[in-house]
Design a protein around this ligand. Structure first.
Ligand code: CA
Length: 433
């Protein structure tokens, strides 16, 4: 087991986002060297995004180090400015940042609907289970420390300041992944002035807020988030790869009994998630899945082998925009797809996703766990002002849920001389009710 002893020297990682990532705390160093954190080297941060952006192959490991580093820098800035901050909780905050994604499933979020459990729950399990190396390191700090870390990640920890540093509207997680995803994909307008954001942040009452002078810096951050959603996270080709991945897993789940499993944990994953042990879960990384897809490319099941060959060769599905829900059109298109010999269950797929860029109704309707208001601190008036009241661009993108709806089909179907135009016609605006 990695032990929490370290020579006096600081440890340094070179990192394209932060320049350097510094580790002084032997507990952080021991955690980085656990097998559960090292597993994150084998999980891509963006899942399928490198089908569109070949540089976007960075891992959850570099992101986790990055979140730790952002928290470390914020805490240093708070200390320099003598802000009222519970510095005895600094280690808890940094450890929670480092471990917040430790339970992430392979291929980002594509696996979660198949196994029906969110990665945050697995993160907590890994932290609390006495058999993991992560737990053993945490337990050496003091009994109950592991529980505190799980509580911060699960947003139950009683100090809201520490929780909001790890998950909030302007948290270290988002600050790192937006910059990191932008730099690695090459999508330049996803960048913002991270150093300045850290300089204008301050703890006020029970939340982390921003000095009013930092308004434009925070606007740039929120707009960067908006751009990244459209350019990367909602990108139709990335989503196409994710659709194929999902269909492969659905198909493999259906026929698992007769299917050769290149890794024994896969059978339990596909059979019954409740049968999965922590060890099984940790065994499944991007490499295990990619290897399975490669092997299944020559499976006897026609649907599975075809989907796997499409995945391996990047022969992705094409898509039609599907702005308004129209089940009748989708049903008819499914019949068209079936007439060409494709099972519509796997070859005529509606993909829906969406987000709220900024939601200022704390706990209000349309608020998912992460959303919440961002406040600016007005020094002269000594009061907090909600961001969209001062910012025209932010009030323009606030509150509304942006939905993306697309229908994915094989290229062969859409390019068919008779069926193709008929499908496009069915989806045409005049046909949409
Ligand atoms: Ca994260």
């Amino acid at each position: 087991m990695p032990s929490a002893s370290m020579s006096e020297d600081e440890k340094v990682f070179k990192d394209p986002v932060h320049g350097y990532i510094y580790v002084h705390d032997p507990v952080i160093w021991a955690l980085i060297n656990t097998k559960e954190v090292q597993r994150l080297r084998r999980i891509r941060q963006l899942g399928t995004a490198s089908v569109t952006y070949p540089g976007g192959d960075h891992t959850r490991f570099s992101h986790s180090l990055g979140v730790y580093e952002v928290i470390r820098q914020i805490l240093l800035a708070f200390e320099r400015n003598n802000y009222a901050w519970p510095h005895h909780l600094d280690r808890l905050a940094m450890v929670s940042g480092l471990l917040h994604d430790v339970g992430h499933a392979a291929y980002s979020h594509a696996l979660e609907p198949v196994i029906g459990m969110r990665h945050e729950r697995w993160s907590e399990r890994i932290i609390l289970d006495p058999t993991t190396e992560v737990h053993q390191v945490l337990n050496e700090v003091y009994p109950g420390f592991a529980q505190h870390v799980a509580d911060v990640i699960g947003k139950r920890y009683p100090n809201p300041l520490v929780v909001s540093l790890v998950s909030g509207q302007l948290d270290a997680d988002r600050l790192d992944y937006l910059m990191r995803d932008s730099i690695f994909t090459g999508v330049d307008y996803g960048k913002f002035d991270l150093a300045r954001i850290i300089r204008v942040m301050l703890p006020k009452e029970d939340k982390i807020v921003v000095r009013k002078s930092g308004l434009h810096t925070v606007e740039a951050y929120l707009l960067a988030r908006y751009f990244m959603y459209w350019q990367v996270y909602f990108h139709p080709v990335n989503r196409s790869a994710e659709v194929i991945l999902r269909m492969i897993l659905e198909r493999a789940k259906l026929i698992h009994e007769s299917l050769f499993m290149p890794h024994p944990a896969l059978r339990r994953l596909l059979r019954e998630q409740s049968e999965m042990s922590l060890e099984d879960y940790l065994a499944i990384d991007d490499n295990v899945l990619t290897n399975a897809f490669n092997v299944w490319s020559s499976a006897t099941d026609v649907v599975l082998s075809d989907l796997c060959r499409r995945w391996m060769g990047r022969h992705l599905f094409k898509y039609l925009e599907y702005p308004t829900s129209n089940l009748k059109a989708v049903f008819d298109i499914g019949q068209d797809v079936a007439s060409l010999g494709f099972d519509p269950q796997y070859y005529c797929v509606v993909d829906e996703t969406g987000t709220v860029y900024y939601d200022y109704y704390v706990g209000g309707e349309g608020t998912s766990g992460k959303e919440g208001a961002l406040f600016l601190w007005d020094d002269e008036k000594a009061q907090l002002i909600e961001m969209s009241r001062l910012s025209k661009p932010i009030s323009a993108i606030a509150r509304e849920r942006q939905m993306v709806r697309r229908l994915y089909l094989p290229e062969e179907v859409l390019s068919h001389p008779i069926i193709g135009p008929r499908i496009v016609q069915r989806m045409a605006p005049s046909d949409v009710r």
